[in-house]
Design a protein around this ligand. Structure first.
Ligand code: ADP
Length: 231
């Protein structure tokens, strides 16, 4: 027990240090951002606008990493409430729809069991679903000239678990990617943080659930989220 308490203290301490550092890094980033924008007319004059754009997007990326890192180092105690799977999926689709339209993807939902209810931290689980849908859209982007993008979110009951499956017909993954998928900071994207899935994994296991992935290179990917359901 003492060892566990010590570990918790250490984690809490790490979280505090991370928050303090993040704060101290964000402030200078914000002023750099402001000054670069002020310099924009001069960059234009000398035909180097592109440099300004790159600096801004790299600052934004650094900010994203800080934001996600802060989120992932916070203590992860879920504030559970009873919620229907139907509601979770409806909100996820609603929140992703405009981005999907913009990115040329169609989103569908299929619910095979209307009584599926889970006790979860709604904010955290929605974050997981949105992360996975967003990844699906990114994977589809890369094959859009070959086919129309489709994302199907379905829910069913499986061995005492509510199973949410998010399937895309995007680019799929190689074995090497599949093996490292849930590692913090693992990304294959130019502007990725590599934190989405590691955080998602942690959230779902803190709920007593698991995430599985099946993927076929060039065909698509399915993420399966198992959550214990309540009667
Ligand atoms: P990020 O999206 O910032 O890269 P993630 O942890 O969310 O971080 O994802 C890690 C990597 O997993 C991605 O860079 C991508 O290579 C791969 N990936 C995740 N979801 C999919 C998907 N649906 N199809 C193909 N690759 C995926």
């Amino acid at each position: 027990i003492e060892q566990a308490a010590f570990q918790n203290d250490k984690l809490a301490m790490l979280g505090k240090i991370a928050a303090a550092i993040a704060h101290e890094i964000r402030n200078p980033l914000t002023s750099i951002r402001g000054f670069i924008q002020l310099l924009n007319p001069y960059l234009k004059e000398i035909g180097k606008q592109e440099y300004g754009r790159i600096i801004l997007s790299e600052i934004d990326r650094a900010n994203d990493i800080i934001y996600e890192f802060l989120n992932s180092s916070k203590p992860f105690v879920p504030m559970k409430q009873k919620v229907s799977i139907r509601m979770l999926l409806k909100d996820t689709i609603m929140l992703s729809e405009s981005e999907a339209v913009m990115k040329g993807c169609e989103l569908y939902q299929e619910i095979y069991d209307d009584d599926l209810t889970v006790a979860v931290d709604v904010k955290q689980v929605k974050q997981v679903l949105l992360n996975i849908v967003k990844n699906a859209m990114d994977a589809i982007q890369e094959v859009l000239n070959e086919r129309k993008g489709l994302i199907v979110i379905s829910a069913s009951r499986e061995n005492g678990y509510a199973l949410i499956t998010i399937r895309d017909n995007g680019k799929g993954m190689e074995r090497a990617t599949l093996n490292r998928l849930f590692d913090p900071f693992f990304t294959t994207k130019e502007a990725g943080t590599g934190l989405g899935l590691s955080v998602s994994y942690r959230i779902i296991s803190n709920h007593g659930g698991t995430i599985h992935v099946e993927s076929q290179i060039g065909e698509g990917t399915a993420f399966m989220i198992y959550l214990p359901f309540v009667e």
